[in-house]
Design a protein around this ligand. Structure first.
Ligand SMILES: Cc1cc2nc3c(=O)[nH]c(=O)nc-3n(C[C@H](O)[C@H](O)[C@H](O)COP(=O)(O)O)c2cc1C
Length: 323
């Protein structure tokens, strides 16, 4: 997720049991033509990171092939994904959901990417541009060699309005030999289990994981029987979000990981370090502590790690004093 699934968020998700994670989308052109600093951050793994897919967007087969080779060499991903779902106009002209209007171009892109790497190449689509063409497009992608197809159950025209159509996702899963991952509106472990039962190979969780990495733990740590029991009315033990001091501790850790990952040698002042800003976490930190609305103004104006520590440490200490 652009603006969210960077290395610190992926690390927390993996620690909590996410089966695998996906980078923010990266411009194939940016990588192929220059390897801009920004793109390098987007693709760079955190120490010890492995089951992570790197996602590229673009519309030109040669550029995607070149970017695929660079992605493999620079970022050591487990697989490389083609974005065919982003509806943002800036991206659309260069790929993203535009490819749903000209799926033949997308099939050529997948083939070009596959020819450039021995790694698995996957694709992430929406149901279509403004009508549901997902079965036809998924079948074309499968024939082109996509190893996995993720389907977000909305059209590009819908952007994020309405509800994701999981029946349509299930129909795609039943129509291709390729594993299909479903995406859209999964906010709780119970919803993830229900959607998984529709016949998809896996469920992707996006917005529901922001400030809530425990959603993966609840899904990863239980046996099939325990998972089934949790979906029965009145149960759900093990699905609950942790107590406030624990959530505060993980929010603090998110900030520390942010500090560690983005504090890098200064480009123009050799020997100096450029200290990470906490601004990108302003939209994330309140999600860890939704009930503490009185802290949200402070959390949405943090600049430095020290700012975050000053707000969250007292909440974490509460826990230590209680134990
Ligand atoms: C802020 C934001 C950024 C996103 N960035 C990407 C992206 O870079 N690549 C991608 O394939 N999907 C992206 N998506 C779509 C999500 O991966 C997902 O398919 C969609 O949000 C529906 O799932 P959810 O309800 O679990 O979030 C993004 C969504 C949001 C809200």
């Amino acid at each position: 997720m652009a603006g969210y699934s960077d290395a610190p968020m992926r690390q927390l998700a993996a620690e909590q049991g996410a089966l695998w994670t996906v980078s923010e989308m990266i411009s194939a052109r940016g990588l192929a033509l220059g390897g801009e600093n920004e793109s390098l951050h987007l693709g760079r793994p955190h120490p010890g990171e492995y089951l992570r897919v790197v996602q590229l967007f673009g519309a030109d087969p040669d550029i995607l092939a070149d970017a695929t080779r660079k992605t493999e060499a620079w970022f050591t991903p487990a697989a490389i994904d083609l974005n065919m779902g982003c509806p943002v106009p800036k991206v659309r002209g260069k790929g993203g959901s535009c490819l749903l209007q000209t799926p033949e171009t997308a099939y050529a892109l997948v083939k070009a990417m596959k020819a450039a790497t021995p790694l698995d190449v996957s694709a992430k689509i929406r149901l279509g541009w403004d009508e549901n063409r997902s079965i036809e497009i998924a079948q074309g992608l499968a024939e082109a060699g996509a190893a996995v197809i993720t389907v977000h159950g909305r059209t590009a025209a819908q952007r994020y309005t309405g509800e994701a159509d999981w029946e349509a996702i299930a129909q795609v899963a039943a129509s291709v030999p390729t594993p299909v991952i479903g995406s859209g509106d999964v906010l709780t472990p119970a919803q993830a289990r229900e959607r998984r039962a529709l016949g998809v190979a896996a469920v992707m969780i996006g917005r529901g994981a922001v400030g809530n990495p425990w959603i993966f733990q609840a899904l990863a740590s239980a046996t099939e029987e325990e998972q089934a029991a949790r979906n029965r009315p009145g149960d759900g033990e093990g699905d609950r979000v942790p107590a406030l001091p624990i959530r505060a501790a993980v929010a603090l850790r998110h900030a520390e990981l942010q500090h560690r990952f983005y504090t890098v040698p200064h480009r123009f002042h050799p020997g100096e370090m450029k200290v990470a800003s906490m601004r990108p976490l302003r939209k994330v930190l309140p999600k860890y502590l939704p009930e503490l609305t009185e802290l949200h103004p402070a959390l949405t104006s943090v600049e430095t790690l020290q700012d975050v520590q000053a707000i969250l440490r007292p909440l974490v200490q509460e826990q230590c004093e209680r134990v």
